[in-house]
Ligand binder design. Sequence first.
Ligand code: 5AD
Ligand code: SF4
Length: 441
Amino acid sequence: MYSFYIETFGCQMNEKDSEIMEQLMRKNNYLPAEDMKTADIIIINTCSIRAKAEQKVYSLLGSLRCRKKENSIFLIAVAGCVAQQEGRKMISRMPHVDLVIGPQSIYNLPDLLSKAEKSKKSIVETGLSPDFNIPLILPDPGNGAGHKRFVNIMQGCNNFCTYCIVPYTRGRESSREVGDILAEVRHLVDHGVKEVTLLGQNVNSYGNDRSADRHTSFPELLRQVAKVKGLKRLRFTTSHPKDLSPALIGCFREFDNLCPHFHLPVQSGSNAVLKRMNRKYTIEAYLEKVAGLREAQPDIALTTDLIVGFPGETEKDFLATMELLETVRYHSAFSFMYSSRPPALSCRYNDNVEKEEKSRRLNLLQRRQKEITLERNKEYVGRTMEVMVEGPSRNREGASGRTGSNHIVNFPCSQVPGPGKMLQVKITRACFNTLQGQIIS
Ligand code: 5AD
Ligand code: SF4
């Protein structure tokens, strides 16, 4: 019996894809290996959204060449964005790779591996069909975290933000059947899962790829999922500001189990830059939506993604982004230096902000956001919050859990409660990354 190991790079979508691949491999009697060194089959799930990841993947593959020659590795498969982008080119450069597999083909992984084994030929399976439907594979609740799970609701993206490679590597938007999503959520909850995060590149355009007679909007989907008996917490990610509707904002008034956290990537505070990014909203429209969310749910924690040094970003544009931090006062933000990702359209723009300047802007932005995050975290001190236990805290001195607002809380306890247990915790101290508290119930 062969063992397998999946190395995952990148985002939550990739983590979810790896979970699905792992489940399919187990179902087909492959055994999970402890690490890459001891595995017979190695699956590398790659990401190329920001870094020039191709080189990293190629050097990892190069380092596996000898083991493949000595037959200490049986099969090598590459999945994810780099696999999709490189396709057959990957086999020309690395003939010892047996399978290059795109995001729509991961569901056939075990079959494709045995086909590659039998034929002794490398297989490239990177087709992206506009009619693709995510198949219903009920997740194995024993595999991965038992109390919280991701559920895919759609694949792909139609937005073509000019910096972004996702529409090229994951294809067009394809929404999953409501019935399949509900079946998956119910199955998870019946097996003890307490928290579900609905996952997609652009979840709030869910359903827009369907004809009117089969259309269910994202707020309607949320309503149906929120009603699943026993589901304690519901989250979703990622949302595009242009598709954030009043109906979605209204959901935060309506459902108690919808967590008060919204990740709303803004990318830039300058309208001129947003236009060149093809984001299809202005800062004024964005701020109106932020105000609407805060009115509907005053406790909502807002987080965002930001890019500095986009082609043509002037000092004035950058200062508009800095100004936006003061206006919104995000609870936290992920920020990145722009990098050109062919064939995304901005690769044709003049990447004229020097590396040092990008780095200066990123440092300034991150330094200020760090202060704001700490100030925001301090606002929780003295409050009692509902915390879902995750496990022992990092320093092993107590337990750690998350609030609905997605903050990590560490607290002392004589015995660490089981993951998924809900506790009332009084917040006593705030740091940049975590809150400290005391159990009060
Ligand atoms: N350069 C820098 N950051 C990028 N992102 C996506 N593409 C790029 C790029 N070419 C960032 C965006 C997005 C997040 C997932 O990654 O901020 O929201
Ligand atoms: Fe990329 Fe824009 Fe689609 Fe997000 S919405 S995946 S940034 S193209």
